[in-house]
Design a protein around this ligand. Sequence first.
Ligand code: SF4
Ligand code: SF4
Length: 80
Amino acid sequence: MPVLHRDLLPQIDAARCTGCGWCVAACPFHLLSLETKGWKKSSVLGDAAACTGCRKCAVRCPFNVITMVKKKPPTDAGGS
Ligand code: SF4
Ligand code: SF4
C-alpha cells in the first residue's frame, strides 16, 4: 500500500532555519510564513490541517531544516 503523503507534516527546526523564505515560496497552498521571534526569523506552518504533505517545502529548503514527520492522531486533549 502506498504511503499517503497526507499523513506527513513538515517539521521545521526553528533553531537551524535561516529565514530565507524558500519553503514559503515553494508551498502551493501558501501554508508557510516567516515569523520573527526576537532577532530571529524562521518558517512556521500556519495551517497544519490544510497541508497535503507534498514535501515541496522540505525538498526546497537549501539547509535541510525541514523533516517530514508522521502526523500525530488528535488524541492530545490536554492544553489550556
Ligand atoms: S508539505 Fe506541501 S502542502 Fe505541506 S507545507 Fe510543505 S509545501 Fe505546503
Ligand atoms: S527554506 Fe529552510 S532555511 Fe529557508 S526559511 Fe524555509 S525552513 Fe528556513
